[in-house]
Design a protein around this ligand. Structure first.
Ligand SMILES: [Fe+2]
Ligand SMILES: [Fe+2]
Length: 178
């Protein structure tokens, strides 16, 4: 069984992860409109990954006999001034999400919920990757800023992101994600 406090906090985290999905999909749409299809591709991969994150919490609640209740997703940003800005927002967003996972870990500890620890450890590790990846692109873009050739080069590089997970709705498929 899952305590009500943990269930509630994990439900909120599902919404944050689905918000992340929406944020990255919006960034993908912006990059498509800017003719930066490599960056758009990276964002679409990330959006897929965020749906998987949401489902990991969703299934964890269900597996422990809890009820999932989804909340509203707020309106998110749809446009930016230049390619660097969505990446900066993505980095800030990931730092916010890391804080949320830490809050969740604190709640689980306070509730003596040791069963959640492997899941939360997975997410804490995942957040290291998320912050590192988005920060790296920010720094690369800051280096080449205003250089069209530099932006195009990075766009081509980001087009190479490979994402092999299957459907985010199928635990057997989404568990492939490291
Ligand atoms: Fe996430
Ligand atoms: Fe990731």
């Amino acid at each position: 069984m899952i305590t009500e406090k943990v269930r509630h906090a994990m439900n909120e985290q599902i919404t944050h992860e689905l918000e992340s999905f929406y944020v990255y999909l919006s960034m993908a749409a912006y990059f498509h409109a800017q003719n930066l299809d490599g960056m758009a591709h990276w964002m679409r991969c990330q959006a897929h990954e965020e749906m998987i994150h949401a489902m990991k919490f969703y299934d964890h609640i269900l597996d422990r006999g809890g009820r999932v209740t989804l909340a509203d997703i707020k309106q998110i940003k749809t446009t930016w001034e230049k390619p660097l800005e969505p990446w900066q927002d993505a980095y800030e967003h990931e730092k916010f999400i890391t804080g949320k996972i830490i809050d969740l870990a604190k709640i689980c500890r306070a509730e003596n919920d040791y069963t959640s620890e492997p899941l939360l450890a997975w997410f804490l590790n995942e957040q290291i990757e998320e912050e590192k990846n988005t920060d790296k692109v920010c720094r690369d873009l800051a280096t080449v800023e205003n250089s069209k050739e530099g932006i195009l080069m990075l766009d081509r590089e980001l087009a190479a992101r490979v994402f092999t997970a299957g459907s985010p709705l199928d635990p057997a498929a989404y568990n492939l994600v490291a």
